[in-house]
Design a protein around this ligand. Sequence first.
Ligand code: G1P
Length: 293
Amino acid sequence: MSRIRKAIFPVAGLGTRFLPATKAMPKEMLTVVDRPLIQYVVDEAREAGIEHFIFVTGRNKEVIEDHFDRQFELEMTLRERNKKAELALLEEDLPQPGATSFIRQQLPLGLGHAVWCAREIVGREPFALLLPDVLVQAKKSCLAQMIATYDKLDAKANLIAVEEVPEDRTHMYGVVGMGERNGNAFKITGMVEKPAKGTAPSNRIITGRYVLQPEIFDFLAKQGRGAGGEIQLTDAMIALSKSQPFYGYDFEGRTFDCGSKIGFLSANVSYALAREDLADEFRGELNALLGKK
Ligand code: G1P
């Protein structure tokens, strides 16, 4: 079983749901408390042992590249002012030299196309894929949980994080059919992207964390169009599932869909309440806002 060393982060989306905030700023740089969304997802990958971070970007996303680089003038000023804690924080978040790659997705052709754009940098090894719209708040990084399970699966297995949603929401996601279970993992019997209402094979949706085999690129290369006229990752996974096993994984943790305003606001509240330096005071503010003592 090959080790998972590389992760793809598709960050080319326009973020139209957050206009005007995202007019000049990428949606991945929206902050939850005091860290940009993308930093949480990179941290999750790093905690899972990922060594190379591949960002599939688009126009107007340069600031993401800057975020994972040194900010020389800022560091100098902090040093002059003896701001040791702030300097240490920046240092801690900085990826190793050479551990990041940035590729442009030239056209918004869908998630499958974004993943395919990373094929040369991934090469022929299994890799992780994390969608930065989804934050998973958990004791142990969601991807780390997945890789621990992946390591026990048969060779050439693919593993997808899934979660339960109410039936009336399944049409907004990729949905999996459930087969034989082994602990937190189960065999996937089928997949469908954005099923019409009432036709989903289960209420388990694809959450935005994947461990995939490189053969997925061979199917993505065919560039077939699916739901919404886009090149869908789910369709390539369906094709690959004819020759390789796919497993669903019920992870421990809570997700926030930060592609939606309610999910994003809830994430801010939940992550603030999890912070020792903020929780007590913030809880007081929240209670006052809600009219509670
Ligand atoms: C994508 C995937 C879908 C998955 C979802 C999770 O959809 O295509 O299978 O359930 O992410 O957020 P999108 O959100 O890009 O429409």
